[in-house]
Design a protein around this ligand. Structure first.
Ligand code: ASP
Ligand code: MG
Length: 410
């Protein structure tokens, strides 16, 4: 029998009636003749609420204790969904991340999966059960409970899909796929039917909210097809790209074409310049201190003695402590800017010529947006601009690159 992995996001299990709807969708999938592993997120805003509680107790909450707290969220939804499936006559059993064999490193709060040992999951599938798994969590080799970073249930789902040899991994949420930009910001945004792993990964890393970047990285390594769909949508038919987005190995598009625009506001930009002779330091020391505090950098740029680093705030729960440590050690040599955001355009071969960088820079400049930095890769161009103008910039670049694309010269 074919195995399907389905993941339901927080808004799809936000309350009891939605959990019942998910149970119904699971049962419909079952009746189509699939073996099923279902991965769930925490109900609604549970993870944010738990983080809020932690912050009330401690401004710099201990990372291990945070993991103990946060994993409770998914544990609630897995048990409730399992009960709801049983109520509809299905035979379901729920497992925590640890029980389902998700083994991670011991980096609390944003651990990485290093191995999946899905024996219990496979045993229960063989017994004909529907296996419900708490997303976003695992266990380290030291037998400590860990979480996989915000949005990590996607990663659980894809890793499990690879481990059990699933036909595909369906990621169900309140949006029906990956869009050319956030539709709440850009009403003209369009759903993208099929995307390559690289495009999706770059979009996710640039702040698009639909799929977790690490999950896409896993899917790419393992060749797992991801179907991003709305929970309210029908089960995937013969062409799942017709009413959702499909991420898989994809024949190249026209090189240089932009597939999507994404932005990220929850970033800090760190600038380090050793103050000689006041307080000399090596750039290595800055990075070592950031590592000590488990700060994950997104883009690192070093030029001469000057270092610029974009830091995602998503899994940074001890910001105050990190800032204090940097100030104590490096004084004025390290500055942190808290007013910038990143806007990116993504597409295969986007930097084959400077055409796209020039057009984007010109469009932003024409609206008086000052550019604090530009970074490029083979798939992406990112501009750092004033965070308060990000939405405006997204609309602008969506018009420039997607609504009125320029045909490249033949
Ligand atoms: N509940 C976790 C979060 O909100 C994990 C997830 O939803 O994927 O980040
Ligand atoms: Mg969540």
């Amino acid at each position: 029998m074919s195995i399907v992995v389905q993941k339901y996001g927080g808004s799809s299990v936000a309350d009891v009636s939605r959990i019942k709807q998910v149970a119904d969708r699971v049962m419909r999938t079952r009746r189509e003749g699939h073996d099923l592993v279902v991965v769930v997120s925490a109900m609604g805003d549970t993870t944010d609420d738990l983080l809020g509680l932690a912050k009330q107790v401690s401004p710099n909450p201990n990372r291990r204790e945070l993991d103990m707290l946060l994993t409770a969220g998914e544990r609630i939804s897995m048990a409730l969904l399992s009960m709801a499936i049983r109520e509809l006559g299905g035979d379901a059993i729920s497992f925590t991340g640890s029980q389902s064999g998700i083994i991670t490193n011991d980096r609390h709060v944003d651990a990485r999966i290093i191995e999946v040992r899905p024996f219990r999951v496979q045993d229960e599938l063989a017994r004909g059960k529907i296996v419900v798994i708490a997303g976003y969590q695992g266990v380290s080799y030291r037998r400590e409970v860990t979480t996989l970073g915000r949005g990590g249930s996607d990663t659980t789902a894809v890793a499990m899909a690879a481990a059990v040899g699933a036909d595909y991994c369906e990621i169900c949420s309140d949006v029906d796929g990956v869009y050319t930009a956030d539709p709440r910001v850009v009403p003209a945004a369009r759903r993208i039917g099929t995307l390559s792993y690289e495009e999706t990964q770059e979009l996710a890393e640039s702040g698009a909210r639909v799929l977790n970047a690490q999950a896409v990285e896993f899917a790419k390594e393992q060749g797992i097809a991801i179907y991003a769909r709305a929970t309210s949508s029908p089960l995937p038919g013969s062409d799942p790209s017709a009413d959702g987005s499909v991420v898989r190995r994809h024949p190249p598009r026209m090189p240089g074409a932009v597939v999507g625009v994404a932005s990220e506001r929850d970033v800090l930009v760190l600038h380090a310049v050793p103050e000689r002779p006041a307080r000399p330091f090596a750039l290595q020391d800055v990075l070592a201190l950031l590592d000590e505090h488990h700060v994950a950098g997104k883009q690192l740029h070093v030029s001469g003695e000057r270092l610029t680093l974009v830091i995602s705030r998503e899994n940074l729960h001890e910001e105050a402590r990190v800032r204090d440590a940097l100030a104590a050690r490096f004084g004025q040599g390290v500055r942190i800017s808290d007013t910038l955001g990143a806007i990116s355009v993504v597409g295969t071969g986007i930097n084959a010529s400077f055409d796209n960088v020039r057009r984007g820079t010109e469009a932003l400049g024409a609206q008086g947006m000052s550019i604090d930095g530009i970074a490029t890769s083979s798939f992406r161009i990112t501009w750092m601009i004033d965070r308060s103008r990000l939405d405006e910039a997204v609309r602008l670049l969506h018009v420039t690159f997607i609504e009125q694309p320029r045909q490249p010269a033949p």
